[in-house]
Design a protein around this ligand. Sequence first.
Ligand code: ADP
Ligand code: MG
Length: 426
Amino acid sequence: SPTPSPDLESLLHSVFGFREFRASQRAVCEAATKGRDVLLVMPTGAGKSLCYQLPAIARGGTALVISPLIALMDDQAHKLTSLGLNVGRIHSGLDREASRQVCRDYLDGKLQFLFIAPERFRVPGFGPMLAKRKPSLIAIDEAHCISQWGHDFRPDYRNLAAHLDALRPAPIIALTATATPQVQKDIVAELALNNAAEFIQGFRRTNLAVEVVEVSKPRRTEMARKLLSESTSRPAIIYAPSRKDAETLATELNSAFPTATYHAGLEPATRDKVQRGFLDGQLEVVVATIAFGMGIDKANVRTVLHMAMPSTVESFYQEIGRAGRDGKPARSVLMYSFADRRMHDFFLERDYPPTDTLSRIATALQAEPIHADDLRIKLRLDLDVFGPALDKLLAQGAAQIDMGGNVSRADNPSPAWMARYNTQVS
Ligand code: ADP
Ligand code: MG
């Protein structure tokens, strides 16, 4: 039977102003408050942040939060500050004096939360500085960044465990929305979690309707306008495949609803303005590239529209997960055509040449040079397939090419390459 925790309950009301815990939040908070290591896997928007923030407040002292993006840090820090909590951040966007002040505040025990990027531990003396006054809880947000199997691998996450050791015995709580068992295993192993309580929550977002419609490119703008014409289908995020597409569509839709575009090619000030306009409701629609998203927490997004197929299922899941975070019905529509899929296949083949193509070329290579074109014809490979595969072999040191475009087997393929090659062909 669940142990009653009036303290956690009342903190939930008094600090966060929430009526009740969602799903497994209470159990997670109890475990972390007691000092247990925790692995928490929960869908985007489900409310993971609360699961380290509430225990941090319950335990007192300072919680150290590792976060991979400045935008995420800023977002959480602003929220906590607005709740009246003392929050410090150290990241590359701050000048040296500001960072020093945050360190002093940390050492003086003035902070309830300290947000840092994992890279910070590369600064000599930073780890030992933290260890002078140990944190009461350590949260690793977006913990899948530690795994090469995840979609956002960050080498500095790998080195965390070595630094965190000196900051123990604080409990570590690792949070992610990435569910694969391989990634979960990596997180537990790499962070050296100790007898962690694992909370793995299902990924079904019951308030989200997911639709895929086949519609040709020329008809998509019209369809977007129709889909968003009911005021109940806005605010909306539209993902466009390129900056240019995003801009064209935004101009087009702006005559119907307040719309702006957001992509990495814009000035930071412009991006900020769009982000804020969308958050406070002046803008109803944002047409964006994939640059828009991580760190955006707008609860009442009613529609997420994809103008084309995203490149991975993971990014699709993340992007549609930005709809309906308030738990009310929301809709995701993906516009699709066979041509979209062909394009992704093409890029996939280009970036990851099939192993059998690599091995066919490698096997055909001789010590005597042969012109690349002749080799390609001999092997009956399309240029699209042959070119990238040959590039890869050249990069791996398995083939060499002279000024005249003649390729031959490299005299001394590196042992590392040979080992890889042998496992690939076997
Ligand atoms: P994620 O799991 O993606 O990290 P967040 O922690 O950012 O999700 O939470 C998503 C939204 O849900 C936030 O706006 C947060 O304030 C809200 N939220 C979290 N827990 C609760 C709760 N118990 N009651 C109401 N809203 C909540
Ligand atoms: Mg989060």
